[in-house]
Write a protein that binds this ligand. Structure first.
Ligand code: NAD
Length: 272
């Protein structure tokens, strides 16, 4: 018997990376799973892994930026399983480019998935989580929700917004004694496909960006999933993943806005 035994857990962006690792780990710990992704191929692979781990699973294609579809999906999952206990709003995309280079469309796309996708998932499932009497919302932000870096303004904006939205929600749930816990997750560099799948403004070298990310990312998605689930078990408000996340969070707290000088200098030196 684990904290997750027989709980119904929803994972968005389950077709790869952290979402896949979370789904498999939840399955091993006895959860019943609703998994979704825009990538149906990756989703089918995760579905097979979750079944192998012995869990009941419902897998559906879903674009988290499509609000009406997310609302219908939440009702469908609740009807299928009879309740919903945990929602991991994990689906996300990355985009690289300076503000001067990016179109409004580029920024909208990142906000639609990385911010509105989280809001859609939270709002759609919240009534079901309350009804379960034992709910938990887990929203995946980033270390880029704790500090900003050049070329990541859209991603930074979305991830800072996820943090603000999630922290306010947690306070409301506690204030009103609602039966829903809330956790905001800030992964450091995790070895996933995020940089490979990422887009960038014209003129930026995709392969160079992806290989720089690979050098910086130190934590496996499996380890990230375990850290997230430990934070969920312990009802943590904030979960940091990886030594890089801990060090950078401390650096920002210690230096205040001064961290920006160091980050700007690093960006100039590395050409990133
Ligand atoms: P990943 O690219 O391996 O997986 C992301 C998944 O989300 C993919 O399967 C993708 O198809 C799916 N997805 C993308 N857009 C979607 C949409 N509109 N609707 C539904 N699914 C969609 O990346 P990952 O690293 O596992 O990322 C998971 C989360 O972790 C993201 O929110 C990301 O921003 C965050 N994160 C990752 C890192 C890292 O270093 N990998 C660091 C900080 C935060």
């Amino acid at each position: 018997m684990t904290h997750f035994t027989d709980k119904v857990a929803v994972v968005t962006g389950a077709g790869s990376g952290i979402g896949r690792a979370l789904s498999v780990e939840l399955a091993r710990r006895g959860a019943r799973l609703a998994i979704c992704d825009v990538d149906t191929h990756g989703l089918a692979e995760t579905e097979a892994l979750v079944r192998q781990a012995g869990a009941e699973v419902k897998a559906d294609p879903l674009d988290v930026s499509q609000r009406e579809l997310v609302l219908a999906y939440a009702d469908d999952v609740a009807a299928h399983f009879g309740r919903v206990n945990l929602v991991f709003n994990n689906a996300g995309i990355a985009f690289t480019g300076d503000v001067e280079e990016m179109s409004f469309k580029d920024i909208d796309r990142v906000m639609d998935v990385d911010f509105w996708g989280v809001v859609n998932g939270t709002k759609a499932f919240l009534p079901h989580l309350v009804e379960s009497g034992d709910g938990h919302v887990i929203n995946i932000s980033s270390i880029f929700g704790l500090f900003a870096v050049p070329t990541q303004s859209a991603y930074n904006a979305a991830k800072f917004a996820v943090r603000g939205f999630t922290e306010a929600l947690r306070q409301e749930m506690v204030r009103d004694q609602r039966p829903v816990k809330v956790t905001c997750v800030h992964p450091g560099g995790i070895k996933t496909n995020i940089a490979l799948n990422a887009q960038q403004v014209e003129g930026r070298d995709h392969d160079k960006l992806a290989s720089s990310f690979d050098k910086l990312a130190r934590t496996s998605p499996e380890k990230a999933a375990k850290v997230i689930l430990k934070g969920v078990e312990n009802d943590r408000a904030r979960v940091l993943i990886g030594a890089d996340a801990w060090v950078l969070d401390a650096f920002v707290r210690l230096t205040g806005s001064g961290y920006q000088r160091a980050v700007t200098a690093f960006s100039k030196r590395s050409g990133l």
